[in-house]
Design a protein around this ligand. Structure first.
Ligand SMILES: [Zn+2]
Ligand SMILES: [Zn+2]
Length: 371
């Protein structure tokens, strides 16, 4: 892959075809590469040719649980080039390099006023689609960006910043939101359990607040990648007891805050036990309703707080854009696998079953190497 390929889409964006390839969700664990119509745009809307779209844990959850009706085209960490603009669009023109958010809250309702944006009804309306029920649409060659997203949820990519780097704006925003919930103080000790791409991002952001970071993962490969981002205090959970080791590193108390960046409910108890009395535990990847084992006295007697965070915050949009576009963190290095759209099923399969050295998986419908 050429470096130039990171910054350009070779084909003329003005030549929009009638049909395109897309990864269509057809039911539980059933995503197929299909030819579908290129979406039509109305006034105030834009058509974006997708260069890169990250495969996110929430896409995988929707695909594996059947929580959403089929057919749909998922993908919401989308960067690309404006291919066409509808009547009245003046902010952008064909050829502009952009990142699009797939939903933006109204900023006026009860939930927006109380800053619980993910519960806002407008926020729940998805404003990007490649066809069918709007669901992001980034796993397709072209995505239709609706009016309110053109207005409030589109970000221009500065020269010199790659599409790959840029498509991290949304996941970074969700991580910033999680860190904010923890109210970290400089000097506090934070443990992050899980060093996949999200765990590494959360850890780097937590460290920037002046905290002392400890990371743990079963796989040394992941800890090594984390260390290359400055996360050098590590616990190899396959060989060491995480709770004991964290207590050793904190005069026997436990971490001031614990971030759980591993899905499922199996490590909630570990995360709570690794926190000191009065400490906080952030559940960042527990997206499924169900039952879990918690120790009620850890909450009542030891006054540990369980907090959660989900999705992005519009209040953190500027900060997340700055962080990504200034390249405060090199996200290209977090990408372990890049797939052309025709290999979308392999991409989803790999992201759903991460390997020790797999990190962020991108689908790149229009990367020049993938055409
Ligand atoms: Zn996501
Ligand atoms: Zn609202």
């Amino acid at each position: 892959m050429s470096i130039a390929g990171q910054y350009e889409i070779d084909t003329d964006p003005a030549l929009v075809p009638a049909t395109m390839l897309a990864a269509v969700y057809r039911g539980v664990n059933d995503v197929r590469l299909e030819t579908v119509p290129v979406p039509k745009i109305g006034s105030g809307e834009m058509l974006v040719r997708v260069h890169s779209c990250g495969v996110c844990g929430t896409d995988l959850k929707k695909i594996s649980t059947g929580s959403h009706s089929a057919p749909r085209i998922f993908g919401h960490e989308t960067s690309g080039v404006v291919a066409a603009v509808g009547e009245g669009v003046t902010k952008y023109k064909s050829g502009d390099r952009v990142v699009v958010f797939h939903h933006i809250p109204c900023r006026e309702c009860f939930y927006c006023r109380s800053k619980t944006f993910a519960q806002c009804e407008t926020y729940k309306k998805v404003g990007c689609t490649a066809g069918f029920e709007p669901s992001g649409g980034g796993f397709a060659e072209y995505v239709r960006v609706m009016e309110w997203i053109v207005e409030h949820g589109t970000v221009r990519i500065p020269d010199g910043v790659s599409f790959e780097q840029a498509c991290f704006v949304e996941p970074v925003n969700t991580c910033m939101k999680g860190i904010e919930v923890l109210h970290l103080q400089p000097g506090e000790t934070v443990l992050t359990i899980g060093q996949g791409p999200i765990g590494i991002m959360l850890s780097v952001l937590a460290k920037r607040t002046g905290t002392r970071l400890i990371t743990s993962d079963l796989y040394p490969e992941r800890l090594k990648i984390g260390a290359s981002f400055g996360l050098e205090r590590t616990i190899e959970a396959s060989r060491q007891n995480v709770i004991e080791r964290v207590r050793e590193l904190t005069e026997g108390r436990g971490a001031d805050a614990v971030i759980l960046a591993v899905g499922g409910n199996g490590l909630i108890r570990t995360a709570m036990d690794a926190a000191r009395p009065g400490g906080r535990v952030l559940l960042f990847a527990q997206t499924q309703h169900g039952e879990a084992v918690i120790d009620p006295a850890a909450v009542c007697v030891e006054e540990k707080t369980l907090v959660g965070s989900y999705s992005a915050s519009v209040d953190l949009q500027e900060e997340s854009i700055r962080f990504v576009m200034n390249r405060d963190m090199n996200f290209e290095r977090l990408v372990s696998h890049r797939f052309p759209l025709r290999q979308c099923t392999e991409a989803i399969e790999l992201a759903a079953h991460p390997q020790p050295s797999s990190m962020k998986v991108l689908i790149q419908p229009a990367a020049s190497w993938a055409l």
